[in-house]
Design a protein around this ligand. Structure first.
Ligand SMILES: [Zn+2]
Ligand SMILES: [Zn+2]
Length: 557
């Protein structure tokens, strides 16, 4: 029974306003005494932002870290990195039981075993379709079609009503492998009465409905069969249906399959354990590639997003220890570049083409289909579930605002355009944003997780833009220079426009300045530092038009 002040709230901490970093809280209770569940704990990729040295980005979960004694559980909808990628890193700060399906747990475990210091996470297996009661929440895993096995929406029942959190989904009645999104189940939820639908916005700007994974599979089979020489297919490592369809196509035309890339090996291992790759010939390992006849092999490769260390990029640079392609071979991109990765993917394509390798992408052939719903599919979901409240999720601001418009067109009365940190009261009363909670990003910097506000990143950007000058000066207690100042510059051009050495110019500037300083002032290291700092930056700016960082070290000799 809901008491008077009990409220049901939704609080996204990541994934609303960006593709990636999905992490959403649901809370129940009075304002100062709420219990929470966290849905997903995903990461983003640093590549698209101006973040030198940062590959991975995590949501800032400090709100729930402080409330962790009230966090009942973490529920993983599916095993894509934008839903589980931050879990291992962030879990020690939360320490709540994690619920996920067998496939997701398998991937988390294999990755943990490959990282020596990774913490042991409290993982609990839950089956698609299973229901679990936890405090005021009754959570049901509802299978949906997506581009990875065992994807689920969550039907979250509370004393204030039923919330459907779709996770990532699409409609596909012939998904080739894995679940389909059941009209019957979602209609039944609609009949039960859906208070709020929190729904995937990724493809809301695309009309119609997506083709089926089975259509992709048929077309891939044809392209593999028609290849005169070697074929390599690159796709998302986690797309087990795609791996399986390539493997079946290979068998049809008497080719053997070679799986290349660590991420792909891990997925194949877990997919086998879960029974998704049964009744297929054994895959061969990469060392065999060079010994096989050109028309008897298909390689499945990682690196479809242009990742520089992945198999495909290394093959394109002819730097892979086992795999080499040559003119007349065919590479199929069974994928689409995630926004931000287009340039990296483009440069790999160009380098393969220069080598006479034939490239096939989804621009000309049906070799990939997205795992997210287009407008036609979204319309169905709204008709089935008939929610009172809609909150667009999983998208950039454009996707979220288009989805909000779309939801209103579908007849939803209350549409809330929430952002990361928006505390949305779903019930009782009309839905509204009642507070804004600190949310943001954390960066994985080498082995350390740093906050977005730390100075390391702006400093690194400055260094990348204008370099650094270091000046070391020794001064004795009478204010006399001991030896000549030592000057070093990094990231600066060698010479100015007239051909004079920049370090010579800096040395002259420092010498002139020190000469001009009264002895009393030279005995004050801080005054010397400030004066040299200013003079060096001004002098370089005059020659170069840019001001480098400048470190002045005064040693009292
Ligand atoms: Zn996904
Ligand atoms: Zn996702």
């Amino acid at each position: 029974m809901a008491s008077h002040q009990d409220e049901l709230v939704f609080l996204p901490l990541g994934g609303l306003g960006e593709i990636g970093m999905n992490a959403a809280l649901y809370g129940f209770g009075s304002e100062d005494d709420r219990q929470w569940i966290l849905v997903d704990c995903g990461m983003g990729f640093g590549g698209e932002e101006n973040l030198p040295g940062i590959d991975l980005v995590y949501p800032d979960l400090r709100f729930i870290e402080e409330e962790r004694h009230n966090l009942l559980g973490i529920f993983i909808t599916h095993a894509h990195e934008d839903h589980i990628g931050a879990l291992v890193e962030m879990w020690p700060r939360l320490q709540a039981p994690v619920y996920a399906t067998k496939f997701a747990i398998g991937l988390l475990e294999t990755r943990r075993l490959s990282e020596p210091n990774a913490p042991k996470v409290d993982l609990n297996e839950i089956a698609p379709g299973q229901r679990l009661k936890l405090g005021p929440f009754d959570i049901e895993y509802v299978p949906v079609a997506h581009s990875i096995p065992e994807s689920n929406a969550l039907a979250i029942r509370t004393p204030h009503g039923l919330v459907v959190h779709t996770g990532d989904w699409k409609l596909d009645n012939t998904p080739y492998l894995g679940s389909l999104t059941s009209e019957e189940t979602f209609r039944a939820l609609g009949d039960e009465g859906v208070l709020a639908l929190i729904c995937d916005s990724t493809n809301v700007v695309r009309e119609g409905t997506s083709p089926s994974e089975s259509d992709v599979s048929r077309n891939l089979a044809q392209l593999i069969k028609d290849s005169p020489h070697r074929v390599a297919v690159t796709t998302f490592a986690s797309n087990v249906a795609r791996i399986r369809s390539v493997a079946e196509a290979a068998r049809e035309c008497g080719r053997e399959v070679i799986v290349v890339g660590r991420a792909m090996d891990r997925v194949v291992e877990v997919a086998k354990e879960c029974g998704y790759l049964e009744d297929l010939p054994e895959f061969r390992s990469a060392e065999n590639f060079g010994y096989m006849p050109r028309d008897k092999v298909v390689a499945i490769l990682t690196g479809s997003q242009g990742e520089p260390r992945a198999a495909l990029a290394r093959i394109a640079q002819d730097e892979h220890p086992d795999i080499a392609l040559s003119a007349g071979d065919r590479v199929i991109f069974s994928s689409r570049a995630i926004p931000g990765n287009e340039k990296a993917v483009g440069s790999i394509i160009n380098s393969l083409i220069e080598q006479g390798i034939e490239i096939i992408t989804d621009r000309t052939e049906l070799v990939h289909v997205s795992g997210h719903p287009r407008r036609g599919e979204l319309a169905q979901m709204y008709q089935w579930t008939r929610p009172r409240i809609a909150i667009p999720a999983h998208g950039e601001p454009l996707h979220l605002s288009e989805h909000a418009k779309f939801a209103r067109q579908q007849g939803v009365k209350e549409v809330i355009r929430a952002k990361n940190g928006s505390l949305v009261r779903l019930a009782p009363g009309p839905a509204e944003i009642v507070d804004n909670i600190p949310a943001g990003r954390l960066y994985k910097d080498g082995n350390i997780v740093i906050g977005a506000g730390e100075r390391a990143l702006p400093e690194r950007r400055k260094l990348a833009f204008a370099g650094i000058v270091t000046v070391a000066i020794a001064i004795d207690d009478r204010g006399e220079l001991v030896g000549d100042p030592v000057i070093d510059a990094m990231g600066l051009p060698d010479k100015n426009r007239q051909g004079r050495d920049l370090t010579d110019i800096i040395a002259d500037t420092v010498a002139d300045l020190l000469d001009g300083l009264p002895k009393a002032k030279r005995r004050d290291p801080e005054a010397v530092e400030n004066a040299v700092h200013r003079a060096v930056r001004a002098a370089v700016n005059q020659e170069w038009g840019k001001k480098p960082a400048c470190h002045v070290l005064v040693i009292e000799a």
